[in-house]
Design a protein. Structure first.
Length: 337
């Protein structure tokens, strides 16, 4: 089944500098040199993105690439200089401020790198705060807050204050708070980058667990490619305000669209992004050691396939589409594929 588009930006620009809107009217597709000569900074340049219902869409790039600016344009926390942004089929740029506030309160959740918890409120009160802002009665909002606090694994911590929690626990409260309004669209701007590596890995696991349960549409920002390929259904790579490529992690590694994307993905372990379907071969015998899913990552099946004397059948939608062999897996592991 094809997924519907929930959020789309069309030729979105965000320029900083004097008379930027007038400049774009007279220069429909300016290059970096044109912007420099006009004294303008191209934070986002001609961005075109479609985000699908229920997917994890990762926007990544180095510091200054424009990824956070693009996300703030998508939610209209900052005003784009030009372009269109459509959410659930309606152009956000035509919405009034009260309409925008209502959309953000009821349909969008946001989690940022800074936890931004209210220090004088307990875990439960922090989680319930967005509902309090909406005017939801105390009993209803506390019931919902308890649900999301338990969902993120903080049951028993409801009466703790933020200062009594670890960094990972504080970020869980931030996630619970953003989920309290049951958003259709969930923005996360480098939510784990301030955490220690071990806690960061645990939070990624928690995030994937939540997504498997909730099936949210998620826009996730990171500068860490390993994090991106672990979490993303699709990735947009940005450089100097422009989107270089939008693709699955596997497509980015196997078919980079630009030299920049190729360099960005050069040191990624290919076994973490290549799937069984990408190295499938025609069936050539009758003896098999077992079956693997077509979308199984080579990294997760390498040990069992390497130890086997016979190929594994590859299954998609209940049908056998071919086989993978020990040699094909080893070729991926040593970089021959």
């Amino acid at each position: 089944m094809n997924k519907s588009v929930i959020l789309e930006c069309r030729d979105v620009w965000k320029l900083y500098g004097a008379q930027s809107e007038k400049f774009l009217i007279n220069n429909t597709n300016p290059q970096s040199d044109d912007l420099d000569q006009a004294g303008l900074i191209g934070a986002v340049r001609a961005a075109n993105v479609q985000i699908l219902q229920g997917e994890i869409f990762v926007i990544m790039g180095l510091s200054g690439s424009g990824k956070s600016t693009l996300v703030r344009c998508l939610s209209r926390l900052i005003e784009p200089t030009a372009g269109e942004i459509h959410f659930e089929g309606e152009n956000l740029l035509t919405k009034s401020e009260p309409e925008l506030i209502q959309i953000r309160r009821s349909k969008m959740g946001m989690v940022f790198q800074q936890f931004a918890l209210l220090p004088h409120l307990t875990v439960l009160e922090n989680a319930a705060f967005p509902l309090d802002v909406q005017g939801v009665d105390k009993v209803t909002r506390e019931v919902r807050a308890r649900e999301v606090v338990e969902l993120v694994g903080l049951r028993g911590r409801e009466n703790n204050f933020p200062r009594e929690l670890s960094g990972g626990q504080q970020q869980r409260v931030g996630i619970a708070r953003s989920l309290a309004v049951e958003p259709d669209l969930w923005f996360l701007d480098e939510p784990f980058s301030a955490l220690d590596p071990l806690i960061r890995r645990e939070m990624q696991d928690e995030f994937l667990r939540l997504q498997n349960m909730l099936h949210k549409t998620i826009v996730f920002i990171t500068h860490d490619f390993d994090e991106a390929i672990r979490l993303a259904d699709r990735i947009a790579v940005m450089k100097d305000g422009a989107i270089q490529q939008v693709a699955t992690p596997e497509q980015l590694v196997l078919n980079p669209a630009t030299d920049y994307v190729a360099e960005f993905t050069r040191h990624v372990s290919r076994s973490k992004v290549i799937t069984a379907a990408s190295i499938v071969e025609p069936i050539s015998g009758n003896s098999f050691s077992g079956q693997v899913a077509h979308d199984a990552l080579i990294d997760t099946i390498a040990d069992q396939v390497e130890r086997s004397k016979h190929p594994y059948q590859v299954i998609q939608d209940g049908n056998v589409i071919g086989q993978i062999t020990r040699k094909a897996v080893i070729d991926v592991l040593v970089g021959r594929k």
